[in-house]
Design a protein around this ligand. Structure first.
Ligand SMILES: Cc1cc2nc3c(=O)[nH]c(=O)nc-3n(C[C@H](O)[C@H](O)[C@H](O)COP(=O)(O)OP(=O)(O)OC[C@H]3O[C@@H](n4cnc5c(N)ncnc54)[C@H](O)[C@@H]3O)c2cc1C
Length: 446
C-alpha cells in the first residue's frame, strides 16, 4: 500500500495531504500527517490573531481533510533527535516536510535581549496558547509599547495591545493572557517602519481595521508621510498601495478624539538601539531616514527616542528545519527544485518540501495551496520509482519503536472537548489549553 508522511499539519501540510488524496495516479495512497504538537492546523491555530474569527474558521476546511479515511493525524511526533529524517524516510515511501518557518528574525542591535524586548513571535505564541510559549508578563506595568516592523503581524500585535475586554473575551484566548491583556495599562502603541508608507508590507484591510477599534485613536503625522514620493504622487503605485496611502492620508487629517488609547504609525525611523534603565527596556533609539531615490532609505544622522516599557520586534520569520535536512541559512529555507529537496544540489529521492519552509514566510494562507500543488505534482511524477520498495509494516509501529506515543485524531477531539468544557466553566466559549501537561492529559484522558 503506498504510504506517505506529511510532516506539519499547518495549511501547507493539509493542502499537501489533500493534493495526494485527490489524485488518481497512485490508487489507494495513504497519508500520515505528523506534527510535533498534539494539535493540528499550525499557524492557523497558533498565529492567526484570535479576534480574526473568519480566518480562524478555515480550521473547519482543514479539518475535513484530516478526517478523510485515508488520512491519519499523528500529533506529538517531532522529527528531531528521536526521529531523524533518515529514520522517518525508512518508514514511508516518501516524506513531505511542511514544517513552516516560525522562528523570529533578529534586528542585531544593542539591547535586543533586555527584559521587556521580545519578538512578536513570543507575544503571539503566548496569546495563542502555544504550549512552548513563556508567560513573560509582556504588558504588566507597560504604558507605552513600540512595535518594530510594518507588516501584518506588526498590525496584529498592535491591535491586540489595544483591544479591550468586550472584544477579547469571546475569543478562544487562554484565560491568563486574557486577564493580563484586559488588565493592562497600555495607552500608547508606536508602530515604526524604517521606510515609507508605500513600502509598508501590511495590507490595506488589516491597516483599516485599526481605525475601527473602540476607544482608540490612530495617530499619523502628515509630515512623515510626505517624505514618501508616493504620497505626493501615488499614480505610479500599485492600486493596493494607493489604497493604503489614502487610509493614512485620511487618518493624518483627522483630529484626535481624546480616546483612551492611541496607535501611532511612524515611518522613516530605523531602530539603532533598544535602551534600558535598571536592567529593563526604557525605549527605542531611532535614526531618522530619508528615501535614497533608489527605492531604499539612508540615515540622516538625526535621532529620536521613543520611551516604552515593552518592545515587540516584528521583522520577519525564518525556517528552522529539523537536523538532518539541508538548509540554506541565507534564505532560511530548505533548498529544493519544484518541491524536491536538494542534497548537494541533487534531488534526494523521497524527500519533499512545501509551504513556508519551501518558499519562505510570504503570502497568505491560500498561497500554500498552489505551493503544495507543485510539490505534489513532483512527488507523483517520482512515484513509480518511490513505490518499488516494500514497507516494513505499519509506519505507526516504527514511530512507536522510536519511543513516540502519537496523539491520534480521537486524542485531538478529546482536547477540543476539554477546551469547550474549560470555556464553559469560565463562562466563555471555547478557551484554549496553553500547556503541554494540560493538552496531553486531555488527549490521553488522564
Ligand atoms: C502571527 C501570524 C499571523 C498570521 N495571520 C495570517 C492571517 O490572518 N491570514 C493569512 O492568510 N495568513 C496569516 N499568516 C500566514 C499563515 O499563517 C502562513 O501562510 C501559513 O501558516 C504557513 O503554513 P505552513 O504550513 O507552511 O506553516 P505552519 O502553519 O507554521 O505549520 C507548520 C507545522 O509544522 C509543525 N512542525 C514544525 N517543526 C516540526 C517538526 N520538526 N516535526 C513535526 N512537526 C513540526 C508545526 O508544529 C506546525 O504545526 C500569519 C502568520 C503569522 C506568523
Amino acid at each position: 500500500m503506498p504510504h506517505f508522511a506529511v510532516v506539519g499539519s499547518g495549511p501547507s501540510g493539509v493542502y499537501t495531504a489533500q493534493g495526494l488524496l485527490s489524485q488518481d495516479r497512485v490508487p489507494g495512497l495513504r497519508v500520515d500527517v505528523l506534527d510535533r504538537l498534539p494539535c493540528p492546523y499550525g499557524l492557523v491555530r497558533y498565529g492567526v490573531a484570535p479576534d480574526h474569527e473568519k480566518i480562524k474558521s478555515l480550521q473547519s476546511t482543514l479539518r475535513a481533510v484530516l478526517e478523510e479515511e485515508r488520512v491519519r493525524f499523528l500529533g506529538g511526533v517531532e522529527v528531531g533527535p528521536a526521529l531523524p529524517p533518515e529514520r522517518l524516510l525508512g518508514l514511508y515511501h516518501g516524506v513531505v516536510y511542511c514544517v513552516g518557518a516560525a522562528a523570529a528574525r533578529r534586528l542585531g542591535i544593542p539591547g535586543e535581549d533586555l527584559p521587556g524586548s521580545w519578538s512578536a513571535t513570543d507575544f503571539v505564541a503566548w496569546y495563542s496558547a502555544h504550549p512552548d510559549a513563556v508567560d513573560a508578563g509582556f504588558v504588566r506595568d507597560v504604558r507605552a509599547a513600540v512595535v518594530i516592523g510594518v507588516g501584518n503581524v506588526a498590525v496584529d500585535v498592535a491591535r491586540m495591545l489595544a483591544r479591550g475586554r468586550a472584544e477579547l473575551t469571546p475569543t478562544d484566548m487562554p484565560q491568563a493572557a486574557l486577564a493580563t491583556l484586559t488588565g493592562s495599562g497600555v495607552r500608547d502603541v508606536f508602530v515604526v517602519g524604517r521606510r515609507g508608507p508605500s513600502q509598508a508590507r501590511f495590507t490595506t484591510k488589516e491597516l483599516r481595521e485599526l481605525g475601527t477599534l473602540p476607544d482608540t485613536d490612530v495617530v499619523v503625522d502628515e509630515r512623515e508621510l510626505a517624505l514618501d514620493p508616493g504620497y505626493a504622487d501615488p499614480s505610479a503605485l500599485p492600486s493596493a498601495t494607493r489604497r493604503t496611502i489614502e487610509v493614512l492620508r485620511d487618518w493624518a487629517a483627522r483630529p484626535g478624539t481624546g480616546a483612551g488609547r492611541r496607535i501611532h504609525l511612524r515611518f522613516f525611523l530605523r531602530p539603532v538601539e533598544i535602551t534600558g534603565r535598571r536592567g529593563r527596556v526604557a525605549g527605542v533609539r531611532l535614526e531618522r531616514t530619508r528615501p535614497d531615490g533608489d527605492g531604499g532609505v539612508r540615515g540622516t544622522g538625526g535621532y529620536e527616542e521613543i520611551g516604552a516599557q515593552l518592545v515587540l520586534r516584528s521583522v520577519g520569520y525564518r525556517g528552522m528545519p529539523p537536523d538532518g535536512l539541508p538548509f540554506d541559512p541565507v534564505r532560511g529555507t530548505v533548498p529544493h527544485d519544484a518541491g524536491r529537496v536538494l542534497r548537494g544540489g541533487r534531488p534526494a529521492p523521497g524527500e519533499y518540501v512545501a509551504g513556508w519552509i519551501k518558499r519562505g514566510p510570504t503570502g497568505v494562507i491560500g498561497t500554500n495551496r498552489s505551493c503544495a500543488k507543485e510539490t505534489v505534482a513532483s512527488l507523483l511524477a517520482d512515484a513509480p520509482g518511490l513505490l518499488g520498495r516494500d514497507l516494513d509494516g505499519d509506519p505507526l509501529d516504527g514511530l512507536r519503536a522510536a519511543g513516540l506515543h502519537p496523539v491520534d485524531w480521537a486524542g485531538w477531539r478529546a482536547i477540543e472537548r476539554a477546551e469547550a468544557e474549560l470555556g464553559r466553566t469560565l463562562g466563555r466559549d471555547t478557551v484554549k489549553i496553553p500547556d503541554w501537561h494540560g493538552l496531553l492529559s486531555a488527549a490521553h484522558g488522564i
